[in-house]
Design a protein. Structure first.
Lengths: 51, 243
C-alpha cells in the first residue's frame, strides 16, 4: 500500500466510488439481461407449445 | 467487403456482438487492472498535488468517456433519424446508463480532488457546470425512454434530446477554450509535449483510458443485445394480446 499521507481519504474514496459505480452498472446490466432473456424464453416456449 | 448497414439487422448484430463481447470485456479487464494497479501502486506523488494525483486515473478516463458516450449516442440517434435502423436507436438507449455512470464518477472524483486542492467541493466553473448539465441530460434521456410506451416515438424524441444535449457534451470538452476562466485546469492529455503530463503518469493513464473505452464498448454491446431481446419480447406479448 503506497503512503498517501494526508490525502488518503480523498484518494481512497475516489477509487471506492469509481469501482463501486462501475461494478454497479455491470451488475445491473447482467441482472437486466438475465431477466429479459428468461422472460423471452418463457414467452417463446409458451408460443411453441400453443402452435 | 461487408457494408456497415448489415449490422442494422438484429440477427447479424446479435451474432457479431456475441463474438466480439468476450474479447472487448477481456481487454477492458486487462487494461483496467494494469492501468489502475500501475497508477495507484507504482507512480510517484506529484510535487504540487501530492498523492491526489492518483485520482486522475479514474477521473480523467471517466470524464473523457462521459463525453464520448454522448457523442456515440448522437451518432446512433442520427442514424435512427435518417435511416430508421432500430438497432442504432437501441444502441443509443443502451449506452445512456453507462455514460451516466461515467459522468457521475467524473463529478464525484472531481469533487473529492477539488476539496483538498481548491479548498472547495464544487465551484460554478464553466467546465464543472456544463458537466453537471450533461449529467442531468443523461437522466432526462433515460427518463424519456421509460416515459414513452411506443418505442419508435421514444426513439424519435430521445434523438432530439440527444441532439440538444450534444451542445453540452461539446461545451464540457471545450469550456476552457471558450471562456478561459474558472478553476478547472487545461487538458491532462495533450499532443503538445509542453502541456502533456509527465510520462510516468501518462503511460498508466492511457492504459486506464483504453480500459474505460473497451469497458464502454463491451457494456454497450451487451446492453444492446438485451434491448433487442426486450423489443422482441414486447412485440410477442403485444401479438398475444391481439390474438
Amino acid at each position: 500500500m503506497p503512503d498517501l499521507g494526508t490525502y488518503a481519504l480523498p484518494v481512497l474514496s475516489s477509487y471506492a466510488v469509481s469501482l463501486g459505480l462501475l461494478i454497479a452498472v455491470i451488475i445491473a446490466s447482467v441482472w437486466k439481461a438475465r431477466r429479459v432473456r428468461a422472460q423471452l424464453e418463457n414467452v417463446e416456449n409458451r408460443r411453441g407449445r400453443s402452435a | 467487403m461487408a457494408s456497415i448497414w448489415e449490422y442494422a439487422n438484429p440477427r447479424k448484430f446479435m451474432a457479431t456482438s456475441a463474438a466480439l463481447l468476450p474479447w472487448t470485456a477481456g481487454v477492458a479487464a486487462l487494461c483496467l487492472v494494469t492501468g489502475l494497479v500501475w497508477g495507484f501502486f507504482f507512480t510517484p506523488d506529484d510535487f504540487r498535488q501530492g498523492s491526489t494525483v492518483k485520482i486522475i486515473y479514474v477521473h480523467v478516463p471517466s470524464a473523457i468517456m462521459a463525453i464520448n458516450a454522448w457523442l456515440m449516442m448522437l451518432v446512433a440517434s442520427l442514424i435512427w433519424v435518417i435511416r430508421r435502423h432500430h438497432v442504432s436507436a437501441l444502441a443509443a438507449k443502451a449506452a445512456a446508463p453507462v455514460g451516466m455512470v461515467f459522468t457521475l464518477i467524473a463529478l464525484a472524483t472531481g469533487a473529492l480532488w477539488g476539496q483538498p486542492m481548491w479548498g472547495t467541493w464544487w465551484e460554478w466553473d464553466p467546465r464543472l457546470t456544463s458537466f453537471l448539465i450533461l449529467f442531468l441530460f443523461y437522466l432526462g434521456y433515460m427518463a424519456l425512454w421509460e416515459a414513452i410506451d411506443n418505442p419508435d416515438s421514444a426513439a424519435d424524441l430521445t434523438a432530439v434530446l440527444c441532439l440538444v444535449g450534444s451542445v453540452f457534451a461539446v461545451i464540457s470538452r471545450y469550456a476552457l477554450l471558450f471562456w478561459n476562466q474558472g478553476l478547472h485546469q487545461g487538458a491532462t492529455l495533450s499532443l503538445d509535449r509542453e502541456q502533456n503530463i509527465a510520462n510516468v503518469f501518462w503511460y498508466p493513464l492511457v492504459i486506464t483510458l483504453a480500459g474505460f473505452g473497451f469497458l464502454f464498448i463491451a457494456l454497450v454491446l451487451y446492453r444492446t443485445q438485451t434491448e433487442i431481446r426486450a423489443r422482441r419480447l414486447k412485440a410477442l406479448i403485444a401479438q398475444e394480446r391481439m390474438a
